[in-house]
Design a protein around this ligand. Structure first.
Ligand SMILES: Cc1ncc(COP(=O)(O)O)c(C=O)c1O
Length: 381
């Protein structure tokens, strides 16, 4: 794990994270960490490159086996590799599920604030977006299950609940009891549950990730989607998986036009397989680093600019920070960028609940995070 990466070189690699705002700015906006990938990834990819193994491929079996072993290791989730379908990206898997399990005009329910692409996804396939806002108290953000029932009672056209657990951007992790209730409410109202668990490898001391498909009854209604893209910084390599809870759901998902599932990239598959096969202690090391970073960031903000409000994320390497006391206007990330040279995610882009917020990626080197924090403190005081 190379934490002393060459900063200048990063800006020259054609990576969106570094390119979007260029070398004048430190990027802390996209959900991508700077810890690289487990060593086995480079080795596998080098082997493919040196033998020019660039032809068509059928890797689903090995990918499925690797994911099944990883899930067992990480979350004691025993899943049948036969149920694992490869997709190009997680978002594509979500879009294919929306297509397979709902019809035009149906409602797709998701939590706000939301990972921004979820906000547009329903309308792109002529479905309706319906919000289930998270609620914020002095203890942090939480899922309001009574509100979920109220929403479902009022709108009988909702067909899909798109869950993001762990949650981007707040880092909240659903507890077992909450997931039990969500599954039972979803069954009561005849919903299909799409469970995006892409952040589930980033779990801190006080929390535990419960895969939705391990909840009793969830297999009847759930399709989980995930990948190694966030954990192992592989997003550009394009490989993800969807896991339908039973054979009928699998057949239905596979009945969508083939191009909607696409074909995952060979390099992406090999990199993901290598990560799932070898990355467990590598991941544990990353978590130790991030565990310190999240606490450090929170305490620095608390001590130096207490008007900036941040709850300790239970997962992810993303901090969801309320800067509304600083009057940064309609686009707080832009104002902050101009004041500090630090490029963060813009809260309002995450929908309801995002006003006055920024999202800051703290998965980077100690020195870069220090500079990010110092610049923000200086710019806001
Ligand atoms: C919750 C969530 N889902 C999906 C994605 C995107 O994954 P992919 O690039 O595989 O579509 C992200 C990326 O930040 C995410 O945070």
């Amino acid at each position: 794990m190379d934490l002393n990466f060459d900063l200048k070189q990063r800006y020259e690699l054609g990576l969106r994270k570094w390119d979007k705002y260029g070398p004048e700015f430190i990027p802390a906006w996209i959900a991508e960490h700077d810890f690289g990938s487990p060593p086995a990834v480079k080795e596998r990819l080098h082997a493919l490159v040196s033998s020019e193994a660039f032809g068509y491929h059928d890797q689903d079996r090995r990918l499925a086996n690797a994911f099944s072993s990883w899930s067992q290791l990480q979350n004691s989730w025993k899943l049948d590799p036969e149920m694992v379908i490869s997709t190009v990206t997680v978002l594509q898997g979500v879009a294919a599920c929306v297509e397979a399990f709902s019809s035009e005009g149906d409602g797709v329910l998701y939590n706000t604030p939301s990972y921004p692409p979820f906000l547009d996804l329903p309308s792109l396939s002529n479905r309706r977006s319906v919000e289930w806002p998270l609620t914020r108290s002095e203890n942090g953000w939480r899922y309001d299950l009574e509100l979920l029932e109220e929403i479902l009672k009022k709108d009988s056209g909702i067909r899909i609940l798109l869950l993001c657990n762990p949650h981007n951007p707040t880092g909240v992790v659903l507890k077992e009891e909450e997931l039990n209730q969500i599954v039972s409410i979803s069954r009561k109202y005849d919903l299909i549950l799409i469970s995006d668990e892409i952040h589930s490898d980033f779990i801190y001391a006080e929390s535990r990730h419960i895969p939705t498909l391990t909840i009793e009854g969830a297999d009847e209604i759930t399709i989980s989607v995930t990948s190694g893209a966030k954990s192992f910084a592989l997003a550009g390599l394009r490989c993800a998986v969807a896991i339908p809870g039973n054979q009928l759901l699998k057949e239905k998902l596979l009945s969508v036009p083939k191009f909607l599932l696409g074909g995952s990239n060979r390099m992406g598959c090999e990199a993901t397989i290598a990560s799932w096969e070898t990355g467990s202690s590598w991941m544990a090391d990353i978590i130790k680093i991030l565990e310190n970073r999240r606490k450090y960031l929170k305490s620095k903000l608390e001590n130096e600019i207490s008007e900036a409000k941040m709850f300790l994320p239970e997962s992810t390497f993303l901090a969801w920070i309320d800067l509304s006391e600083f009057d940064l206007g309609e686009n707080p990330a832009k104002s902050l960028r101009e004041k500090t040279g630090v490029a963060c995610g813009n809260g309002p882009d995450f929908g309801t609940g995002g006003q006055g917020h920024i999202r800051l990626t703290f998965g980077t080197s100690e020195s870069l995070l220090d500079e990010i924090i110092e610049r923000i403190i200086e710019g806001l005081t």
